[in-house]
Design a protein. Structure first.
Length: 121
């Protein structure tokens, strides 16, 4: 039986791996509490990871590294802590674009605001 995720918002992102820039649309910027102008100009992976709740950060980093090395599908759920102290739950999925040597240079995907695990049925 699959849990109901109760998706609230869906946004799109692009991670330019070569230049270490995450580009976020309005929904993703809001989920992470990042000013839209800054998000559209691109932020570093470290700025993104700072927003991931400490309890989930190592898992998110580890999964990103594993999927980056394998150029495989990325799929994670984690909590994000905004500067105002509020927390939102996010599901991030993405696919890597690879060059002719099968080296990833971008990841394109979506971020969805979801219900916390304890509120799913």
């Amino acid at each position: 039986m699959n849990p109901v995720l109760n998706i609230k918002k869906v946004g799109f992102y692009c991670w330019d791996i070569t230049n270490d820039r995450f580009y976020l649309d309005e929904v993703c910027a809001e989920l992470f509490g990042i000013p839209l102008r800054q998000a559209m100009q691109g932020i570093s992976i470290f700025q993104m990871l700072e927003k991931v709740h400490l309890d989930h950060r190592n898992r998110v980093i580890e999964t990103a590294l594993i999927t980056l090395k394998a150029a495989s599908f990325y799929n994670q759920e984690y909590a994000v802590r905004r500067d105002d102290g509020s927390v939102s739950w996010v599901r991030t999925v993405g696919r890597y674009l690879v060059d002719e040597e099968n080296i990833p240079f971008k990841r394109l995907g979506t971020m969805e605001e979801i219900s916390p695990p304890d509120l799913r049925h």
